[in-house]
Ligand binder design. Sequence first.
Ligand SMILES: [Mg+2]
Length: 341
Amino acid sequence: MSGVEPCHGVVVCHQAKCRDAPAFDRGSKSRSSLVPSDPRPGDLTGVVRRTACTPESLTPLRLRLSCTKQPVAGDAWIAATRFRNRTDAEVGRELLARVHAQVELAARGEGRAPVVVWDLDYTAYDNDPRMLQVLHDWADHPESIATPEERRAIRGLTPEDMHYLAGDCLREIAGEERARELTEAFLPFFLPRFLGNEYTQIDPLLAGAREMIESLVNAGAVIAFVTGRAEPAQGDGTRAALARDGMAPDGERFHLFLKPFERYPDGSKYADEAFKTATKPEIDALGEVVGTLDNEPENVVAYARMFPNAMNVFVNSRWSNATTEPGDGLWRIDNLAEAVA
Ligand SMILES: [Mg+2]
């Protein structure tokens, strides 16, 4: 961090060179009495209120204030999580090296085949174009409640205007209050399409995903796609997209794990984290998990618990605002294209 920056939130250690951006949690107010005796970059070390912080001023704060491992969301989770201090390229090379090492162990009969777990949405695939298409289709739909002016604005949206939530896209064109009405009307149109087989195939791969997966497979890795997409709504669309992209589940190099259902009989959602945790025995059966990649903090933290010896990588694309406990020793990739080894 450089200069003086007014802030109001949680202080993260910047004492050593750290690749992470300055991090201030504007939402979390929780804390414990634990103060790390030997803080490292990324350690959460204090809470400040409306003050001006400089690197120098953080030192006494670091010693004086408390830290938290309470669940936090979004940017606060990134700020509070202790990531390995590696560039994207270094993470990519390390993952490939671990695949090579595990292949050698397996060849000597001392280990099983290396497995790399990949999430799909916002980890391998870019969902922005799918979101945009549903919005555009709604703008043209006779049942849309959008005014002619709002329809024009929606048609003018581009992939760069997308957010994780459709409601946030609408808020930018219609303002907070009107966006609530629009979103309420849009969701019944949006959900069956966005979470349906046809629109699912719109997603392009994120830049670098294909090359990274190819290099892992060529090195001998088994790829397990473990996704919160559910059967039957997105099963066929997902398989078609993977086949189009040369990654059809073949029971050898590529495996696909989809939720068997989206909702329980009582209507509550089968949470992605619960599904991914429940899938562990099937993933284990494929070989030795050397890496996992996911864009959702709660899934990354769950994988770190499930596969503590693997490189558990947070893909910093888009993520939900669900709260989860900060991670420790996680890996991080901001741009897959930079991580292609
Ligand atoms: Mg995802």
